[in-house]
Write a protein that binds this ligand. Structure first.
Ligand code: SF4
Length: 444
């Protein structure tokens, strides 16, 4: 699937779009835009790429922990630069839920970076069905940004830029949010979570929220990579890291999420902040704090093997040395997405993870009550995937792949549909879950 012909090596520092052979942006004339496509040598905050440093802070609140951990980084390169903070603000949820980044962590990052002389903005491209500005409002980021004279950006508001992924195996290009290209430095500020499809979601994977609109969902729908037994989503995230790595990672472990992350798990309190200029090293230490190993997270292992960062804890200098005293083992995500409700059958033939998680999260929330909408004593079939030759009459056909069976029962269009549409299709009630970050779309 990878097509390297005509692509330039990513070892060129500070590539720009014209050098990459993309002269136009969707028909508009645009100025030269410097890109943040990185290799390890380009990151001024990363002093020794072969032995990166990671700083962990605990004991204060989220604000003071963030300031303390950032104190380990030499930020003298910041003066006069433009910095984009990319928190995990992809869902509408409350601080303390473990779903989104605590706004106090974002506040501390803004303050420290501004004190270093940078112009700071905060941006996000949320999951499908959520508007960035609504999420920023709900989380509390709008308020803390306005108080600091800091711009907040809906990264989906402008047309995307197609960017090649020269080393990609699962993807050969991405549709990147245009604003991302116009900042000198990107800071990834995820919340510490397990993830039902990828093991964990931390600073590396949080960059997926720089992909424009629905294009991020496409990463969940990729065909298998020839010659690899690895899931294509994991290879795609490693591919993404080949062109888009943050200059700094600030991982919010104030309250993380264990189990069914990224949105349906349980909050888990750690009270830590992890900072590094090597996002892979930051993720590796965060994995350790969660009681798991980065080597067991496929996209981290693949990215480290390609040289995008270091995950070997023996090669990472962690401050303080006793950081392991703060390990709080997280419950892992389930090995497979099976859910049992009496009276509900899931028919899955060749679906992708986007529809799987949408249906799983929908049933987790509504599985107990949805039978009320069907005749007494009837069991209900939900079908996803494109491999069904036929389905029983009355089946709830979820997703565009089921369109050819739509006359067999209730059809819920979408690729993937959002949970509120499934609810609406079954109950006939208006979509009431637009503000429910639990079941709309797939991200982070
Ligand atoms: S409809 Fe569902 S299973 Fe089909 S491609 Fe879309 S998300 Fe995947």
């Amino acid at each position: 699937m990878c097509n390297n012909s005509g692509s330039r090596s990513i070892s060129v520092p500070r590539l720009n779009v014209q050098q990459l052979g993309i002269p136009k942006y969707f028909g508009r004339e645009r100025k030269f835009i410097s890109m943040n496509l990185l290799n390890l040598k380009d990151n001024p905050f990363l002093i020794r790429p072969s032995r990166p440093r990671v700083f962990v802070a605990r004991g204060g609140g989220p604000y003071s922990n963030t300031r303390a951990a950032l104190g380990g980084i030499d930020l003298s390169s910041l003066r006069g630069k433009r910095v984009l903070l990319k928190p995990n603000a992809g869902r509408i949820a409350s601080p303390g839920s473990g779903i989104i980044t605590d706004p106090r962590v974002v506040a501390a990052a803004i303050d420290v970076l501004k004190e270093g002389g940078a112009e700071v903005a905060v941006g996000e491209s949320p999951i499908v069905g959520v508007r960035a500005l609504d999420a920023f409002d709900a989380i509390g980021i709008t308020r803390i940004a306005e108080e600091r004279g800091c711009r907040i950006i809906d990264l989906d508001a402008r047309p995307p830029v197609e960017v090649p992924v020269p080393e990609g195996l699962a993807i050969d290009s991405i549709r990147l949010c245009a604003d991302v290209l116009e900042y000198d430095f990107i800071v990834s500020i995820p919340v510490m979570k397990t993830h039902m499809h990828t093991g964990v979601t931390l600073a590396v994977k949080n960059m997926k929220g720089c992909l424009w609109g629905r294009s991020k969902v496409a990463l969940h729908m990729l065909p298998p990579v020839e010659g690899s037994s690895e899931r294509s989503i994991n290879i795609a995230i490693a591919d993404l890291s080949g062109v888009l790595r943050p200059h700094l990672a600030i991982i919010d472990g104030t309250v993380g999420m264990e189990g069914m992350g990224p949105s349906a798990g349980e909050p888990r309190e750690l009270g830590v902040i992890v900072v590094s200029a090597d996002c892979f090293a930051a993720d590796a230490v965060a994995c350790g704090l969660m009681g798991t190993r980065a080597e067991d997270v496929p996209y981290l292992r693949i990215g480290a093997e390609r040289g995008y960062g270091v995950i070997d804890l023996d090669r990472i200098e962690v401050t303080p040395e006793n950081w392991r005293d703060w390990i709080v083992p997280f419950s892992p995500p389930p090995a497979n997405l099976s859910i049992e409700f009496s009276g509900i059958n899931i028919l899955d033939k060749n679906s992708c993870s986007a529809c799987q998680s949408t249906l799983f999260l929908f049933l987790k929330r509504y599985g107990d009550s949805i039978l009320d909408y069907f005749p007494d004593g009837a069991s209900v079939n939900f079908a996803i995937g494109k491999g069904h030759p036929d389905v029983p009459a009355g089946t709830v056909c979820v997703g565009n792949c089921m369109a050819r069976h739509q006359n067999r029962g209730i059809f819920i269009p979408g690729c993937p549909p959002v949970g509120s549409e499934i609810l609406h299709g079954i109950t006939g009630e208006p979509s009431i879950d637009r503000k429910d970050g639990h079941i709309e779309g797939n991200k982070s």
